[in-house]
Design a protein around this ligand. Structure first.
Ligand SMILES: [Zn+2]
Length: 339
């Protein structure tokens, strides 16, 4: 395997392969862009290309001892840091200053067997100021034969002094075709696991991210969608029975309300897209276009926007522990007012 296994990130690949070919690789990179689109994979292929014993300089063979050790994360000169929780029950994970110090100790020596040591710091934006300032010393005085690759979904959370010392490489959301190909590859050796219909649906709904395409619970999604469509079709001041039945039903299932609201936002988004751009636009729920079309006809763009806004505010309020039943009632009354 090689850079070829990275699908749909042509620009980042070009930047890296040009640097490899022209022997102009920087000391530090910042790979940034949304989660689950190939940043980590690219960092690993980059590390392999820098050290491959067979191919090069632009690519790697994937098969020599160096490539294999990096792939299995057992190469003595390849370091991979990711956020760690303070305790097993802890909620958030961080890159800790101890991890950075330990890395610095390892980078202080010449490579054991590699041409170039590579350190990848995934979730770099989770470094606290102490960890970031410690890393800054390494970026200011880079050890010889060493390349640092920082990976971040939210690069604006990094210290500007860190960002300015790295070469930025921007990664984009994946196009549908790339998502589909990656899904198909990931199903090997059991390609029958997803039906063609499910593969299409997962691709469409992935929004360009592989984790979303793979992990989504399609069965649950189907149930939520049907429930929300019925609500959108019927909710009005004349049918308050429907409205209150819906809120009662979901107020009892607080654990599922966030995915339900996400689904509601997806459907409202699709309706607005159909309204403004027509049916050929990128519609996440294309498989139920026959249900979405009449709804889009029935509602004005202003109504759809007001509903989307209300659903988004409800989602944030619930994430901040607002009362579930009251919040849902309030949202649906706003839906009726907008309709
Ligand atoms: Zn190799």
């Amino acid at each position: 395997m090689s850079f070829q296994r990275i699908l749909g990130q042509d620009q980042p690949k070009r930047i890296i392969q040009n640097a490899l070919e022209n022997n102009s690789v920087s000391h530090a990179y910042l790979f940034y862009g949304p989660e689950s689109i190939g940043k980590k994979l690219t960092a690993v292929e980059f590390a392999k290309a820098l050290n491959c014993e067979v191919s090069g300089p632009k690519d790697n063979c994937g098969n020599c001892p160096s490539c294999r050790k990096i792939d299995h994360a057992i190469h003595p000169d390849f370091f991979f840091l990711e956020p760690e929780k303070s305790s097993p029950a802890g909620r958030n994970a961080f890159i800790k200053v101890e991890q950075i110090r330990e890395l610095q100790n390892k980078l202080a020596y010449l490579p054991y067997e590699a041409k170039t040591k590579v350190a990848v710091i995934d979730g770099a934006e989770t470094m606290n100021p102490q960890a970031a300032n410690t890393l800054l010393k390494t970026l200011e005085e880079p050890p010889s034969s060493t390349i640092l690759i920082l990976i971040a979904s939210n690069p604006y959370q990094l210290l500007p002094t860190i960002v300015s010392r790295c070469q930025g490489v921007k990664f984009h959301l994946l196009a549908s075709e790339a998502v589909r190909q990656i899904l198909q590859q990931s199903l090997q050796p059991e390609p029958e696991e997803f039906s063609e219909k499910e593969l299409n649906l997962r691709t469409l709904r992935s929004m360009g991210r592989i984790s979303r395409a793979l992990e989504e619970d399609i069965e649950a999604t189907d149930i939520y969608r049907e429930d929300i469509l019925k609500l959108l079709e019927q909710a009005s001041f004349r049918r308050m029975d429907v409205v209150f039945k819906w809120t009662r039903q979901w107020a009892r299932r607080s654990d599922q309300i966030q995915p339900v609201l996400d689904e509601l936002l997806n459907l409202l988004r699709d309706l607005a897209v159909i309204k403004s751009q027509g049916e050929n636009a990128e519609i996440l729920n294309r498989d139920i276009l026959h249900r979405l079309h009449p709804l889009a006809e029935q509602k004005s763009a202003r109504t759809l926007f007001a509903m989307f806004d209300s659903a988004l505010k409800t989602k944030s309020a619930l994430a901040a522990n607002a009362n579930l039943q009251l919040s849902l009632d309030h949202m649906l009354i706003q839906f009726c007012e907008a309709a």
